[in-house]
Design a protein around this ligand. Structure first.
Ligand code: ADP
Length: 269
C-alpha cells in the first residue's frame, strides 16, 4: 500500500510543532483503477460489434453490392450486432441510474408476487423457445418497500439468466418465503429463490459474478446475448433496497440465486 504524507507547521501562541498526517492511498487508487478498467471494458465491448458493423458496411458497398443472398445474410448479422450494442447501452444506463441514486432509498410498497408474475409473463416466450419450464407459487399479500421498476429488473435478470444458462431440459423454480426476523436484516424479511437445474457454477467464480463484465464463459455469454452487467445491476438494486443477494451452486445440479429483502410493515404505511 502507499501513503501520501501531509506536513503542517504549527506556530501559535499556545503551541509549536509539526503535524504529520499519513493518508492511505490504497483505497483511492483501487477506485481509480476500477474506473480505468471499467472504461477499458466498455470500450472493448462496444468496439467488437462496431468493428463487425464497419466491416460489413464496407463489404456491402464493395464486393457484395449486387449479391442479393449476401446482402440478406450480412444485414441479418448487422442487425444482431446493432442489437448487441443497444443492449449494452441500455444496461450501462440502468447501472449508472441505480448507482447515481444510491443514496435515495426507494420506499413504495411493492407487491412481490405481482412483480414476479409480470416478469414471468414477459419471459414466457423466451422460456418456451428454449423448452424451459418455470414453476412459481405466488404468496399473496407480501410487500416490500422499494421501487417496482427496479425490483422487476432484478427478477428479470435472474430468471433470464436461469433460462439462458440452464441448459437443455431445464426446470426453474421460484419460491417466496417469509423470514420473521432475518439475522442479517434484523427485521422481518422475505426471501425469493430462483433455482435452475443447469450445469451450475464453479464455486471459484461465485464471489466475482456480480462484478461488472465478469463472465464464467465469455463466448457463451455473448452467444446468449449477455452484456456481463446483469448481476452487477441486480447487486446494486438489492443493496439499495437494503437487501442481500446470496448465490450458491452445485456443479452438475444447478444454481440458486436468493434475494433477501426487508418486508413492508404496517408502521411504514
Ligand atoms: P451475462 O450478461 O453474461 O449473462 P450476468 O452479470 O448476468 O452477465 O452474469 C454473469 C455470469 O454469471 C454469466 O456470464 C454466467 O457465466 C454466470 N451465470 C449467471 N447466472 C447463471 C446461472 N443461472 N447458471 C450458470 N451461470 C450463470
Amino acid at each position: 500500500s502507499s501513503f501520501v504524507v501531509h506536513v503542517a507547521y504549527i506556530d501559535t501562541p499556545e503551541s509549536h510543532g509539526v503535524l504529520v498526517c499519513f493518508e492511505d492511498m490504497t483505497e483511492r487508487e483501487q477506485a481509480a483503477q476500477m474506473r480505468r478498467d471499467f472504461v477499458a471494458n466498455v470500450s472493448h465491448e462496444l468496439r467488437t460489434p462496431l468493428t463487425a458493423l464497419m466491416g460489413f458496411i464496407e463489404t456491402l458497398q464493395g464486393p457484395a453490392r449486387r449479391d442479393d443472398k449476401a446482402i440478406d445474410r450480412f444485414l441479418g448479422i448487422m442487425q444482431t450486432e446493432a442489437a448487441r450494442m443497444e443492449r449494452l447501452v441500455r444496461d450501462l444506463l440502468s447501472l449508472s441510474r441505480v448507482e447515481s441514486e444510491e443514496r435515495v432509498r426507494p420506499r413504495e410498497p411493492v407487491d412481490l408476487s405481482g412483480t414476479i408474475g409480470s416478469v414471468l409473463y414477459m419471459l414466457r416466450p423466451m422460456a418456451r423457445e428454449r423448452g424451459c419450464e418455470i414453476a412459481f407459487d405466488p404468496v399473496e399479500g407480501i410487500e416490500v418497500p422499494g421501487n417496482a421498476d427496479q425490483l422487476q429488473q432484478v427478477f428479470t435478470n435472474l430468471v433470464e439468466n436461469a433460462i439462458k444458462y440452464g441448459g437443455a431440459g431445464n426446470h426453474i423454480t421460484i419460491t417466496i418465503e417469509t423470514l420473521d426476523k432475518d439475522v442479517t436484516l434484523r427485521a422481518p424479511g422475505v426471501a425469493v429463490r430462483v433455482r435452475d437445474r443447469g450445469p451450475g457454477i464453479d464455486p471459484l467464480h461465485i464471489p466475482r459474478l456480480t462484478e461488472r463484465f465478469y463472465r464464467v464463459d465469455t463466448h457463451r455469454s455473448r452467444e446468449m446475448g449477455g452484456t456481463g452487467l446483469g448481476l452487477a445491476i441486480v447487486k446494486h438494486i438489492v443493496n439499495r433496497h437494503r437487501g442481500r443477494l446470496r448465490i450458491s451452486s452445485t456443479p452438475g445440479e444447478g444454481s440458486e440465486f436468493m434475494v433477501i429483502l426487508p418486508r413492508w410493515t404496517a408502521s411504514q404505511g
